[in-house]
Ligand binder design. Structure first.
Ligand SMILES: [Zn+2]
Ligand SMILES: [Zn+2]
Length: 441
């Protein structure tokens, strides 16, 4: 179905290229980078083709049926025995090297977004779907098509040198990183862990990457410690008492109370939280109430997101938000109820693992192109894996050279445009990270 039945290179030729890398048994040295680049280059025709195929056929979270089949089919061609249907559509497979060594996992997410892709690319998506009751276009606007293709490329290159490989590598293809089709259900990573992916096979480290419009192609972004935010979805229901809009004193106006709580919540962040120590963002994205101009309604509802980088600060902020909401409501004779659902904890790169992996990033991408990232307030449920075993996550620049990444449309925009050079850089860098780690580098 996918049209990639035959490898454009022979596996044995690739095996020779990769095997030469560590033939001395020494720890990875700078010179190896050229050969790893060769191995990455050797799978690029395929990686680009996989990425375009997946891009043209994007699927929303938990519906990655075609993508999962493409993944499982390719893994079988590598001689692996994929486990499918995890957390609905997730796929894993373990590559056992011919020598003893550590166990690691590498994760890619597979889902697309309810975003309509503009025409332009020859492989642009024309897919539509239903998202929470609304007809939507579907687009790989976050670049997960690239993640799947890169991990298949890494798997292909590693499988080619399986006999000489120390240790074992689990490839994790995860559904629903952007969230499940039904609000309130767990995201893909949590569901995969709940279904035991790290139980039978417990890696000592897990790696993940994300293509990122905020960097140019060739650049890598990383950060030790907190890198991406925790994302909470909060909803606040303010209950008042319905009455005629001309006689507010007969009722309790939940809209005014909701507005007061909203403004007080912003003062709370500015005046009560030590944002010099760690950033906190509180945003209301919805404020719904009422049906008619001259009726004060019974209820107002605010829904928003909270972003934090520290578990204790997160809990403290939620407690203060609850107190603020309840006390403002109480002052007006209303009531307020706050509900908070955590979609993803903060993504925290293990400091010791970061120290160990940084030289691999520098070898693969060149020292000058590896940038320390600022904390980023988007979230990633890779954190669920990284909270289970030590994890390391990095950005792969995806904005074409010559374009200012600060002005490039960011991931999730319909204008998000991945320069395919990022596929080669991503494959090369992840391959270097994995091989160096397995060889004890
Ligand atoms: Zn995304
Ligand atoms: Zn993403």
């Amino acid at each position: 179905m996918s049209g990639f039945d035959r490898l454009p290179i022979t596996l044995s030729a690739l095996a020779c290229a990769v095997a030469a890398l560590y033939s001395t048994g020494a720890r990875a040295q700078a010179g190896d980078a050229a050969q790893i680049a060769q191995a990455a280059q050797a799978v690029q025709t395929q990686v680009v083709a996989w990425r375009r195929d997946i891009h043209q056929h994007p699927e929303l979270g938990q519906h990655e049926v075609r993508t999962a089949k493409l993944v499982a089919d390719q893994l079988r061609k590598l001689g692996l025995q994929p486990r499918t249907g995890i957390a609905h559509t997730g796929v894993t497979a373990v590559l056992k090297g011919g020598k003893p060594g550590p166990r690691i996992a590498i994760r890619a997410d597979m889902d697309a977004l309810p975003v309509t892709e503009p025409a332009g690319l020859p492989f642009a998506s024309k897919v539509t779907a239903d998202y929470r009751g609304q007809p939507v276009g579907v687009m790989h606007a976050c670049g997960h098509d690239a993640h799947v293709a890169i991990l298949l490329g890494v798997a292909t290159a590693l499988a080619a040198q399986k006999d000489r490989l120390p240790g074992e590598v689990m490839f994790v293809f995860q559904p629903a990183e952007e969230g499940p089709p039904v609000a309130g259900e767990p995201f893909g990573a949590k569901l995969m862990l709940d279904q035991g992916v790290f139980k039978d096979f417990k890696p000592e480290a897990v790696f993940g990457l994300h293509v990122w419009a905020g960097l140019n192609v060739g650049q890598i972004g990383y950060r030790s410690g907190p890198m991406l935010a925790s994302a909470d979805e909060w909803s606040l229901t303010v209950r008042g008492k319905q009455t005629h809009g001309s006689r507010p004193w007969d009722g309790v106006d939940p809209i005014t109370v909701g507005a007061q709580i909203l403004l007080a919540s912003q003062s709370l962040i500015a005046r009560q939280i030590n944002i010099a120590a760690t950033p906190v963002v509180l945003t209301a994205g919805q404020f719904n109430s009422g049906v008619r101009f001259n009726i004060i309604p019974d209820e107002a509802k605010l829904v928003g997101t909270l972003r934090t980088f520290d578990a204790a600060v997160r809990e403290d902020t939620i407690a203060r938000l609850r107190r603020t909401a309840e006390d403002y409501a109480h002052a007006a004779g209303a009531s307020a109820e706050l509900q908070v659902v955590n979609n993803a904890p903060a993504t925290i790169n293990d400091p010791a693992l970061t120290r160990r992996v940084l030289p691999s990033l520098q070898r693969a991408a060149g020292e000058a192109r590896v940038k320390e990232s600022a904390m980023v307030t988007v979230a990633e449920d890779f954190s669920q894996f990284a909270n289970t075993v030590p994890g390391f996550y990095f950005f792969v620049g995806s904005t074409a050279a010559g374009i200012d990444p600060a002005k490039a449309p960011i991931n999730h925009s319909p204008q998000f445009l991945l320069d395919e050079g990022a596929l080669e850089v991503g494959t090369r860098t992840m391959l270097q990270v994995a091989l160096d780690y397995l060889h004890g580098g």
